[in-house]
Design a binder for this molecule. Structure first.
Ligand code: DC
Length: 221
């Protein structure tokens, strides 16, 4: 099986690019962030405090998370329910950022991710794919962009949805999330030694996908 690992901070464009690359290669796209979000939704629905790591550790075993593909889209099931529509709320993002630092949560989800990659060719994106989940991935990419550029992208995305975001606030949230993801004890976000760094700050989506596809072709040839 071939595995392509794409890691990087929030807003670097991982999911957009990973989806495109997966489609181009006819591989399965695995969005691991959505799994951490489904776990966070489960914890949130059970009224668990995001700061209470001990209770999260004890409760996470109750979440029955699985993945299915419907019309080529990844569907995350929580106890059989399609929870995709509930994964992008502010509450779930805030919980996911904290619960993903709990080792028991990571152990469960990493196992699921490794099973998926053992069964098919995948493009998997996340924070620790090249370092922890798939250390033997044939291709590893570390996708990043400046905080300012990532905040601007998020700002435009929210504006398009009809919201009235505040750029400075988004920028502060992104910087805080980066800090949490990069300094947590378990599987912090960092570039794997053998990952290729791609800074997307001044690149279009097309340029980034072309660059990654050329890296993939070179590595696999
Ligand atoms: O990529 P995302 O924003 O959907 O990720 C949601 C949260 O899960 C985010 O706080 C980072 C965390 N995450 C992680 O710790 N490890 C991964 N492999 C993927 C996401």
């Amino acid at each position: 099986m071939v595995s392509i690992a794409i890691d990087g901070p929030a807003g670097a464009g991982k999911s957009t690019i990973a989806k495109r690359v997966a489609k181009e290669l006819s591989y399965i796209y695995v969005d691991t962030g959505a799994m951490y979000r489904a776990m966070a939704l489960y914890l949130h629905r059970n009224g668990i405090d995001a700061e209470d790591a001990q209770t999260i550790a004890g409760a996470c075993g109750g979440a029955k998370i699985s993945i299915e593909y419907r019309d080529g889209e990844q569907v995350v099931l929580l106890g059989g329910e399609n929870v995709n529509p509930f994964l992008r709320t502010q509450e779930v993002s805030a919980m996911a950022s904290r619960s993903s630092a709990v080792p028991e949560v990571r152990t469960r989800l990493v196992q699921l991710q490794q099973e998926l990659a053992a069964a098919q060719n995948v493009v998997m994106d996340g924070r620790d794919i090249g370092t922890v989940v798939l250390p033997h991935a044939q291709v590893k990419i570390y996708l990043t962009a400046s905080v300012g550029v990532r905040a601007k992208r998020r700002f435009l995305e929210l504006q398009e949805k009809g919201e009235s975001p505040v750029l400075s606030q988004i920028e502060a949230e992104i910087a805080e999330r980066d800090h949490r993801d990069m300094t947590r004890e378990v599987s912090p976000l960092k570039q794997a030694d053998d990952a290729v760094l791609v800074d997307t700050s001044d690149m279009t989506i097309e340029e980034v996908s072309d660059r990654i596809l050329s890296i993939v072709r070179e590595k696999l040839s």
